[in-house]
Design a protein around this ligand. Structure first.
Ligand SMILES: [Zn+2]
Length: 271
């Protein structure tokens, strides 16, 4: 069955390459929730050349239905043709997915501070655990920060936008003046971001035994300027005294990190 699907897929890809070689004026109609990065990957061209070719100044300004011209030298296509299924995930190189880990805040920006607990410190502790675990599983990892330093939000997105085939995970702890509020929640932008957020959130809730505040679309600056699937994880509320006492323990931080890693693995297996 798998061999048959792979065969169908290869025939589809060959057909796409052939069609493209014949067609000098290849175009692409932007789909809902599709970004320039995804399209550049699809056609094997750099994002910069695609933007320049179409006179796009703001890479986040694509809209559904917009027609883009694909640079004509492109014949290397790894796109899916409609009614052709991709090969099963087990036959693809899943470990090449790069994970960009963003420990929120840092340096002069301490994030939330409650009961002597600094959010920026907790974020970094979880981030370093996630880094170690993902590396041990063979994932390439990029850390936005590894120490208590300030990194501008735009800069965080710029660092991640240097990479292809990556996902971006910003790690935070939550706070609110309503000190009764607690639980974990995950935010995302983009369709693939929603898959990743759903996957991480479900593991957070089961690993940490915390209230499920869900996964939600939200255009945080650090997410909306990032081109790869991007999520922001809020591991718990340090403004709630019960949850704060849990959040500052290494066992809670380790469980949060495991949840994030499990979420990444499930995402990587599925998409
Ligand atoms: Zn934060």
């Amino acid at each position: 069955m798998r061999v048959l699907r792979l065969k169908k897929y290869l025939i589809g890809v060959m057909f796409a390459v052939f069609s493209c070689a014949l067609s000098m004026g290849l175009t692409h109609t932007v789909k809902k929730a599709e970004n320039l990065y995804r399209i550049s990957l699809k056609y094997g061209v750099s994002m910069e050349s695609l933007a320049a070719y179409n006179g796009i100044k703001d890479k986040n300004s694509l809209r559904a239905g917009q027609v883009l011209k694909i640079p004509s030298k492109t014949v290397k296509i790894a796109t899916r043709v409609s009614n052709v299924s991709p090969p099963p995930k087990s036959q693809t190189a899943s470990k090449s997915l790069r994970v960009i880990i963003d420990a929120g805040h840092g340096g002069k920006d301490r994030g939330a501070v409650w009961g002597g607990v600094r959010e920026s410190d907790l974020n970094l502790k979880v981030a370093r655990r996630v880094e170690a675990s993902l590396k041990s599983k063979g994932y390439p990892v990029t850390m936005i920060r590894r120490s208590d330093v300030f990194v501008d939000l735009r800069r965080r997105a710029e660092i991640s936008n240097k990479y292809r085939n990556c996902i971006f995970i910003s790690i935070h702890f939550n706070a609110t003046p309503h000190t009764g509020v607690r639980g974990a929640e995950t935010f995302y932008v983009g369709k693939r971001g929603s898959f990743l957020a759903k996957s991480i959130q479900s593991h957070l809730v089961s690993n940490l035994k915390v209230r499920d505040r869900g996964y939600k679309f939200k255009k945080f600056s650090v997410l909306s300027h990032t081109l790869c699937p991007a999520v922001l994880v809020e591991c718990g509320f340090i403004s709630n005294s019960y949850e704060r006492s849990r959040c500052k323990t290494s066992s809670y931080q380790a469980a949060a990190a495991r949840a994030i890693v499990s979420g990444v693995e499930r995402y990587d297996r599925t998409y």
